[in-house]
Write a protein that binds this ligand. Structure first.
Ligand SMILES: [Zn+2]
Ligand SMILES: [Zn+2]
Length: 339
């Protein structure tokens, strides 16, 4: 089969690999669509510690073409989406239901081969049935959307609250839609790219701020009668945005740290402010137990992903997408690999 493989940092391309064979308890999936994620670029750049060579690709859907020994619930021809996070079910964290902290964690497309390939094998417990009528392309968003849902659960956005979202890439644009579904009274989107701001408006933002042109703290305070917002989602990973995000929180406000800042990077936080204003700062990591909800939101049309798909490429063109991501191509939101 054909696959896109990262051999070593900044050395990647097409390769012929033997078609994988499903082990007991596994399925062989013919990949139909796989999202390109910032993590894939980090692996290519050598900034994300996974053993190389590696076939990346962890946001995907496909068709079951072969079932391994002992698999009962799925058969050939089933349409599925895959959660890439394999947990062991028996470690300290798994026994507490905190699967995203499994000490024996494995990631499809991270420390085992992923879906930038014609075929991939996956454990049956990682597979979710794609509802009728939902396309493979939309189903490939199950994983990132499930991560966003976990974030919303963590920050407990309630009806009637106002929400600011910093960073309007594909993740921020999913958060805009989830904020609308949580019953937000006012959604404010912040980014540096006008194209993304107008997309956020189409998907439910009431107000957008281009932080390259105006001070988002001032603009958000102005739009909320000086109070600030109840909930802020930091989805950019930028340290500057992080500092601004804390400043726009109303008293008792909650901040979700969703964007990935470089490990070791620091920002100044004033403990007095957290104390005096009862501010909460919560993190959110991956997607424990939220995949079914993601698929249902996609199938009902409550969350729209087709406007986010700006590029579809074959395996031979993955590198051009990486280049576009690096160059911060304004037209690029989400690219899908269609093997
Ligand atoms: Zn991802
Ligand atoms: Zn575990």
């Amino acid at each position: 089969m054909r696959a896109f493989i990262i051999n070593k940092p900044r050395d990647a391309g097409l390769i012929e690999l033997p078609k994988p064979v499903p082990a007991p308890g596994e399925l062989l999936i013919r990949v139909k669509a796989c999202g390109v994620c910032g993590t894939d670029l980090h692996i290519y750049e050598g900034e994300f510690p996974v053993p190389l060579p590696r076939v990346p690709g962890h946001e995907f859907s496909g068709e079951v073409v072969e079932v391994g020994e002992g698999v009962k619930d799925f058969s050939e021809g089933d349409r599925v989406a895959v959660d890439p996070n394999i947990h062991c079910d028996s470690c300290y964290y798994c026994r507490r239901g905190r699967f995203n902290y499994c000490v024996n964690w494995q990631g499809i497309g991270l420390n085992r081969h992923g879906a930038y390939a014609e075929y991939v094998t996956v454990p049956v417990k990682n597979v979710y049935r794609v509802p009728d009528g939902l396309s493979y392309e939309a189903a490939a968003f199950m994983e990132p959307l499930a991560c966003c849902i976990h974030g919303v659960d963590r920050v407990r956005a309630a009806p009637g609250e106002n929400v600011a979202i910093f960073g309007l890439g594909p993740i921020g644009l999913l958060h805009v839609q989830l904020a609308r579904l949580s019953g937000a009274s006012k959604i404010i989107g912040i980014d540096l790219v006008d194209e993304r701001l107008s997309m956020a408006e189409k998907l439910g933002a009431d107000l957008t701020v281009n932080a390259a042109k105006e001070d988002p703290v001032k603009a958000i305070k102005q739009a909320t009668r000086g109070h600030g917002v109840d909930v802020v989602v930091e989805a950019s990973g930028s340290l500057k945005a992080f500092s601004q995000a804390i400043k726009v929180l109303d008293n008792t406000g909650r901040m979700l740290v969703f964007g990935v800042a470089p490990e070791g990077a620091k920002v100044e936080v004033e403990p007095f402010e957290i104390y005096r204003r009862e501010i909460s700062i919560v993190g959110s990591f991956t997607n424990p137990l939220t995949n079914e909800r993601a698929l249902k939101l996609l199938a009902s049309g409550a969350v729209k992903v087709s406007p986010l798909i700006t590029h579809k490429v074959g395996l031979k063109d993955v590198l051009t997408v990486f280049q576009a991501m690096k160059a911060r191509d304004k037209k690029l939101l989400k690219a899908l690999v269609i093997p």
